[in-house]
Design a protein around this ligand. Structure first.
Ligand SMILES: C[S@@+](CC[C@H](N)C(=O)[O-])C[C@H]1O[C@@H](n2cnc3c(N)ncnc32)[C@H](O)[C@@H]1O
Length: 266
């Protein structure tokens, strides 16, 4: 057993996991040698990755505040990742204690750590489900226990869609989720891109041996995910430039993450 009481049998350390690579890059401790090696390989070919993951996390935090200030009180966060302080429910519930949060991830390690962090009976839950089967997410009883799809929902797809291959039809997946959301719902999305680099094939190759592939997409593809939503200012932008609350760090122009927030139309 690990310190969190998570059974060692559940943990596959033979392949890098996106959640654990990301945790390593963020300076977390929930990762293994294989993940650290993948993270170091990634940083050797794309050195901006260190500031990129932090900038993505900053975007996520500012977007949570935007959602709460907009009055939405339910968050469906798909592609949760390993716990990283402050977590989505902590930011949200500090501002509005009545916020309900359903976390979804397809990595059993994320679920196990989430279970260790959350009280299942409360207003927060963590569900093991796969974004590639969006109806299995929406219809999951634990998601339905926490989220009322009759009221506006903030759907978070932050740094997850680039793990979905074109043949898995990411646009269809987002559209299926969108159709389950009432008007006034909010989409918070970020996505990796190679628009700001000459060649990122070596960076993508780091994920060839991982449990999910890396699918970098250009701006127009990222914008298309917002079909049926109205973008709020400043629209689709590199994550450090989405409503920054401090001066973006040096090198921000090279960050290969787009992010945006949008509201579901009537
Ligand atoms: C880079 S982390 C992002 C964590 C968090 N959203 C953030 O931006 O800080 C991506 C997460 O998506 C999860 N993930 C990848 N593919 C998924 C899928 N098909 N269904 C559900 N979760 C997935 C990974 O396990 C990982 O925890």
């Amino acid at each position: 057993m690990t310190q969190d009481g998570i059974g060692a049998m559940e943990i596959d350390t033979s392949k890098p996991h996106p959640a654990r690579i990301y945790d390593y890059l963020l300076g977390g401790k929930d990762n293994y040698e294989v993940d650290r090696k993948a993270g170091d390989q990634l940083a050797s070919v794309a050195p901006e990755v260190w500031i990129s993951v932090r900038a993505n996390r900053g975007f996520l935090q500012r977007a949570v505040r935007y959602v709460i200030e907009s009055g939405v009180r339910q968050i469906l966060d798909i592609g949760t990742g390993l716990p990283t302080s402050p977590n989505v429910h902590e930011i949200a519930q500090e501002l509005a204690p009545d916020v309900r949060v359903a976390y979804v991830d397809n990595d059993p390690i994320v679920k196990a750590h989430g279970d260790a962090l959350l009280s299942r009976a409360g207003s927060t839950s963590i569900v093991l489900a796969d974004l590639r089967d969006p109806l299995s997410v929406i219809d999951h009883p634990e998601v339905r226990r926490v989220i009322d799809f009759g009221e506006p929902v903030a759907l978070f797809l932050v740094a997850i869609l680039h793990f979905i291959r074109d043949e898995e039809e990411p646009e269809r997946i987002v559209a299926t989720l969108r159709d389950a959301l009432p008007a006034g719902s909010i989409l918070v999305l970020s996505h990796a891109t190679d628009d700001f680099a000459d060649d990122r094939s070596e960076a993508q190759a780091v994920y060839n041996n991982a449990t999910a592939s890396m699918n970098l997409r250009p701006r127009a593809r990222v914008e298309a995910f917002f079909d049926g939503f109205e973008l709020v200012e400043p629209g689709v932008t590199q994550v450090p430039f989405w409503r920054p609350d401090a001066t973006p760090p040096a090198g921000s122009e090279e960050i290969g993450f787009y992010g945006a927030v949008a509201v579901r139309k009537d």
